[in-house]
Design a protein around this ligand. Sequence first.
Ligand code: HEC
Length: 127
Amino acid sequence: MKRLNVILGLLVMSAATYATGTKGDDQKITYSMPEQVKVVFENKCFGCHNDEGRSDKAKEGLNFSTLKQLDKFKKIASWNEARKEVEGAKMPPAKLVEKHPEAALTQEESELLVEWIKTETSSLLKQ
Ligand code: HEC
């Protein structure tokens, strides 16, 4: 009986590691921002713009995995770049949106991101 408990315990432990292992820090945006903004970036941008992303060009343009380590001017430059893409409806890429219309930003999401980016860049400037 004791032995069975040990085995069960191990099973539960490995199941727990598996569950959390798939959602480690590298699966999430660690840059500090309001939850509702983060959710949009995570759902609509993060998949391509993090260290695990397949496109090097995408990561060069914007990388959520390393963003918070940049100095403030590089952060501002990255956010301004992101704002330009969102305002121009250039991101997510048209190729993706054609196949998966739900991948596009809604009007509300796009405004939310742009407004937040403006606030963030001006507060970075004052630091
Ligand atoms: C399907 C993958 C994918 C998604 C989703 C995606 N991007 Fe991109 N992104 C790319 C690729 C590939 C590039 C580089 C090539 C290009 O500019 O088209 C890029 C480039 C960029 C650049 C750099 C542009 C430049 O001119 O250097 C920025 C900024 C950017 N994306 C922001 C975003 C934002 C913000 C979102 C979410 C709203 C997003 N991306 C969603 C793939 C993606």
